[in-house]
Each structure stands twice: as C-alpha cells, then as structure tokens.
Design a protein around this ligand. Structure first.
Ligand SMILES: Cc1cc2nc3c(=O)[nH]c(=O)nc-3n(C[C@H](O)[C@H](O)[C@H](O)COP(=O)(O)OP(=O)(O)OC[C@H]3O[C@@H](n4cnc5c(N)ncnc54)[C@H](O)[C@@H]3O)c2cc1C
Ligand code: HEM
Length: 394
C-alpha cells in the first residue's frame, strides 16, 4: 500500500503523468537502448519497437497500477500483475533489470515533466514503481522456482507439419532427453532464435498440442508485412527451421488457462491463428471427460485458412455435449456461416465461462456480444497475440 503522503502526491500528478505518457515512453526507450543496445537486440521485440505497438505497455501499466493504488488501496491488481509476471518470466527477466528500467524511466519522467518533478513527486512515484516492481519480482521468482529455476532449454524439431499456406506446426522434444514438464491448456512458450544479423529475438507461441504428452507442439502463422517488413521470427521459423533442427524454448507460462469443473458450461471462441490455445483446451476437455455444454466458435478467412481444423472438429466431436460453429469470410461450406463471427443466434447457457483468442476487434466484438447475452464480465477470459494494450488501459 502507498503511504498516505505519496498517495496524495500521486493522485495530484496522475493526470500530468498520464498526459505525457507517450513522450515519457519515447525518451525512456531511447535512453534505455542507447545505454543497453543488447536489450533491444536480444530481449525486447524490435518489430514492436519499430512499429511503436508495445511501447506504451510498460509505462501505461505503471500509470494503471498507480490509479489502482489510489482508487482501491485495499486491493492488489493481481490479474494485471500475474499476466505481466508470466510474460516477463517467459522472457527470463531478472531482478537486476528492474534497477536499469527504473534509472531510465525516472530520467525520462524528469526530462519530460521538468520542474514539476519536485523531490516529493519523485519520491512518491519511486514508491509506486518499487511497489509494482517488487510485486513482479516476487511473482517471477515463484514462477522460476516452480519450473526448477531454468527458463531456456534446447528442443529438437521432431516433426514439421504444413497446416495451411501460412501456418506450420512444429513438434519438439528436449535435446537433453530429460522429462517434459506438463503444461496447462492455454499456456505458451517463448521461442528464442538467432537471426541473420546475430540478434536473438524472442516471441511467444501457444502450445497447440495435448497437455500431458512428451512432445511440445506450437503452430506458427507466418506474418507477412503489409507495406511493413515481414515478421522476423515467424518467417525465420517458416523458412529456416526443419525436422532435426534445434530451437531454444522457454518452459510453459501464461495465466489464461482453462479452469473448469467437469460440468462448467464453456464457450471457446477464436479467430484465425487464435485457434491454437483452443485446441489445447479442447484436447484437455476431451481427455478429462468434460460433461458440461461446450460451445466452440471460430472465425477465419476461408476453410483453407483454418489451421488445425481437423483437430478442432475431432476434439469437439469427442465431447458429449459440444458443438462447433464456424464463420468464414469466403467459401463457407454447408453447415458454416458466411461473414464475421456473430453470436446473436447462439444460445449461451447461464453460468458460461468464456475463453477468447484472436485479434483485438474480434475480442471486443465477442466480449460485448457475450455481455449482451448475460455472461458475467469476470467469466470472460482472453489472450491477445501481441502487446496487451487492453491491460494497460483497464
Ligand atoms: C501469449 C502469446 C501467444 C501467441 N501464440 C501464437 C501462436 O500460437 N501462433 C502464432 O502464429 N503466433 C502467436 N503469437 C504471436 C507471436 O508471438 C508473434 O507475435 C508473431 O509470430 C509475429 O512475430 P514476428 O517476429 O514474425 O513478427 P515481428 O517481427 O514481431 O513483426 C510484428 C509486426 O510488426 C510489423 N513491423 C515490423 N517492423 C516494422 C516497422 N519498422 N514499421 C512498422 N511495422 C513494423 C511487422 O510488419 C509485423 O506486422 C502469440 C503471441 C503471444 C503474446
Ligand atoms: C515495474 C516495472 C515493469 C512494468 C510495469 C512492466 C510492464 C510490462 C507490460 C505491461 C508488458 C506487456 C505485457 C503483455 O503484453 O502481456 C511488458 C512486457 C515486457 N517487458 Fe516489462 N515491465 C516492467 C519491467 C521490465 C523490465 C525490468 C524488463 C527488462 C529489462 C522488461 C522487459 C519487458 C519485455 C522484453 C516485454 C515484452 C515486450 C516486447 O517483447 O516487446 N520489463 N512489461
């Protein structure tokens, strides 16, 4: 909890900090990467940095945390902290790096807000930063410990499967022949690859196989640039990585995991490559004999773009009370609908817990349709395949 004195100062300065967040972010990353070019090369996603898409997540999350501290001092925003900690741990972030970020963030705040940053203001925001940083450090420490203290391990590609023109599945086994820890459906691994210029870039991929096996499976969509550069890691994986090659993978992380008793009514909605965590969830439900109703919803450009469609259909068919509803923008076959996902005609059982994954416009549309149908906002869980800018705003 913030001290009373700092709470008053933070409350008074939040609007100024919020208004300057774009400029603070600019300066922060410029200073951070000038002093530590290795962080841009080997840790941060340089595509997001170039496109500007991830940049406000960090400072935005601190502002959101500060707002939470002053508005709800009695509770901790655990959902937000846990999501960030899982992402950080999947990247192997260490406690000493919080000192580096602190130095450059506070230099940026002082640079942008100038004389408004009195010693009192600096001390109050310092308190906010370290409350958040220490909470994250503690959560990350626990996540590392639960995984035996190692993040990265070498995995051999034992099979590569062509799913669609743009999606390939990679099945991997640990090179050291050691045990494969189980994962929870919905979790992801980070993949770290060395690119042609020597940079080591990291991206997350949801596990698309069955929990409990001895093989890890990811399904990667190749990101083609539209007037922008092609995605670096997805294209590297598609072009360079074949059976017998070795990849560096993190242990599984992610707190958007399937959490249901065998009777819980569920709705699993995905669009495009957002299908990957849904397949793991369906595999888990089929394996555990889930009895409650499961509504499976998917939208894609066409059946030919629908990756893992056979698994989607087969696992749904294994469940006693499940139905798959498909929407394709083109070439919809009999039984599927044409256009974007629209839940208005679908019955949604009371007490339904929903898991969503797909692009932001899809998530927004499905979330508001579900709320319109009486699903409690707390029962709607989502994964975003990119910087979670919802999180920074919520
Ligand atoms: C939790 C999680 C799970 C995920 N699961 C999956 C999954 O199961 N399958 C899957 O395929 N993906 C998944 N993703 C997405 C994946 O992590 C990558 O984001 C994706 O593969 C793209 O990475 P990339 O390196 O190919 O593209 P990047 O190089 O990161 O590029 C991303 C975008 O930035 C643009 N860009 C790059 N440089 C510039 C520039 N200079 N100016 C403007 N724009 C630019 C590119 O054109 C591209 O559109 C997941 C992401 C998360 C966070
Ligand atoms: C209190 C301090 C910090 C806060 C509030 C914070 C917040 C965030 C948030 C909100 C995200 C996005 C999460 C998501 O998309 O799900 C993120 C991602 C990330 N953070 Fe942090 N962070 C902090 C400290 C650090 C530190 C110390 C480092 C290491 C130098 C770091 C490196 C990263 C990286 C590499 C990503 C992924 C983004 C990318 O690859 O471009 N963060 N952080």
């Amino acid at each position: 909890m913030l001290s009373e004195q700092s709470a008053a100062t933070v409350r008074a300065t939040l609007p100024a900090v919020g208004a300057a967040i774009g400029e603070i972010t600019e300066r922060f990353y410029a200073g951070l990467f000038a002093a530590h070019p290795e962080l841009l090369r080997d840790l941060f996603n340089r595509g997001n940095q170039a496109a500007g898409t991830q940049r406000q997540a960090l400072a935005g999350a601190i502002a959101a945390f500060a707002t939470h501290l002053v508005e709800h001092p009695e509770q901790r925003p655990d959902v937000m902290l846990s999501r960030i900690a899982h992402k950080h741990a999947s990247l192997g972030i260490t406690p000493d790096q919080y000192g580096i970020v602190h130095e450059h963030l506070f230099a940026a705040i002082a640079g942008v807000l100038g004389e408004a940053v009195t010693p009192e203001v600096a001390a109050a925001w310092d308190e906010v930063y370290w409350l958040m940083a220490n909470a994250l450090i503690a959560l990350e420490k626990r996540l590392y410990e639960e995984r035996g203290g190692t993040v990265w391990r070498r995995w051999e590609v034992v099979e590569r499967i062509r799913e669609t023109d743009d999606v390939a599945t990679f099945r991997l086994r640990p090179v050291d022949g050691g045990p494969v820890a189980d994962f929870r459906a919905g979790q992801y691994v980070s993949v770290r690859v060395e690119l042609a210029d020597g940079a080591r870039q990291i991206r997350q991929y949801s596990l698309s196989g069955t929990p409990g096996g001895t093989v890890r499976q990811i399904s990667v969509k190749r990101v083609r640039g539209e007037g922008t550069p092609d995605g670096e890691v997805s294209n590297h994986l598609h072009e360079q990585v074949r059976e017998g090659d070795v990849l560096e993978l993190s242990e599984p992380f992610g707190d958007l995991v399937l959490d249901a008793t065998e009777d819980t009514p569920l709705l699993l909605a995905s669009a495009g490559i957002g299908v990957t965590p849904m397949i793991a969830m369906l595999a888990q439900l089929a394996g555990s004999g889930h009895r409650g109703p499961v509504t499976v919803v998917h939208g894609d450009r066409s059946p030919a773009h629908h990756a893992l469609r056979a698994d989607h259909e087969a696992y749904t068919a294994k469940l006693p009370d499940a139905a798959l509803h498909l929407w394709y923008e083109q070439d919809a076959p009999a039984g599927a609908r044409t256009g974007l996902v629209d839940l208005s005609a679908l019955p949604v059982a009371s007490g339904t817990r929903a898991y969503l994954c797909g692009p932001l416009p899809f998530l927004r549309a499905v979330r508001s349709q579900l709320i319109g149908k009486g699903v409690a906002p707390a029962d709607i869980h989502y994964e975003v395949f990119g910087p979670d800018l919802w999180l920074a705003r919520d």
